[in-house]
Write a protein that binds this ligand. Sequence first.
Ligand SMILES: Nc1ncnc2c1ncn2[C@@H]1O[C@H](COP(=O)(O)OP(=O)(O)OP(=O)(O)O)[C@@H](O)[C@H]1O
Ligand SMILES: [Mg+2]
Length: 307
Amino acid sequence: MSDYVIETKQLTKVYGDQTAVNAVNLHVKKGQIYGLLGRNGAGKTTIMKMILGLTSITSGEANVFGKNIKGQEKRVYPRIGAIIETPGFYPNLTGTENLEIFARLRGTAAPNAVKNALEVVGLPYKDKKLFGKYSLGMKQRLGIANAILHDPELLILDEPTNGLDPIGIAEVRNFIKDLSASRGKTILISSHILSEIQLLADDIGIIDHGVLLEESSMSELEKKNRKYILLQVSDVPKAALILERQFQQKNYSVQDDHTLRLYDTSLDMGAVNKELVVQDVTVISSGLCNDTLEDYFKRITGGEGIA
Ligand SMILES: Nc1ncnc2c1ncn2[C@@H]1O[C@H](COP(=O)(O)OP(=O)(O)OP(=O)(O)O)[C@@H](O)[C@H]1O
Ligand SMILES: [Mg+2]
């Protein structure tokens, strides 16, 4: 049996002539938070819907808890909590009343299920406020409370912080982290905001135009950030010539009329600076830089970045 709570194999969804999800192999490990990062329309929701059996799979397969989901939906649902689209809460009932209805519908047995779920997301129990009067943040929280009512092992959360203010985002992030750290839940979460995934996820999958471009642990990805020396000079062509001829440097790039990036960070910059000055090239600045993760995404998605 596989070690993954979710594993997809060549998972594909075609709508008409558009391939919305293209041969995706996703690996979500037990007890980890997996962040699926991609721009609008990248295919995040479609992947989640296929994993949940909410939309048909064109080809490939989705395995949940080691079993192909196809035909097994009813057996695995009690073990999953999800928010894909906002659940249909009743506006004229309170949050507690809404959850009590969902708990009954699902046959949730635990007597304190509603109270516990509200506590996790920081909403008051037996509060008088009607759902219709809730702020967006409170609605989102109630949606998450609803997803964890039956204490599922696996949570699938599609952009749960959408529309929240920065404080709300931080709060939701904290209780999602807590669900993983102290309750051992496995969590698949999607977002189009890089910093959010970076702060939350153990593992990350980057999806673009339906293709999973990269899948790795967050720490591995952070190591990939390229280091380089940023060198600003008065005359880039002349500086490049000196670097090539006298310092055997080929691994560099020209950023603009005055800026070079040197990827050999072991280069003796004291000697380089001296030689440039001797040959009448003014050094405006030189220093070690680190590509941010955002730069990295821009590079691999070949576009303007994600966040
Ligand atoms: N029911 C549908 N019929 C036809 N095309 C669809 C349908 N649902 C999604 N798509 C298309 O599939 C692609 C992926 O959509 P999806 O909703 O999975 O993206 P997403 O990453 O969740 O985007 P967002 O960040 O906007 O939520 C999009 O191009 C979308 O237009
Ligand atoms: Mg979506």
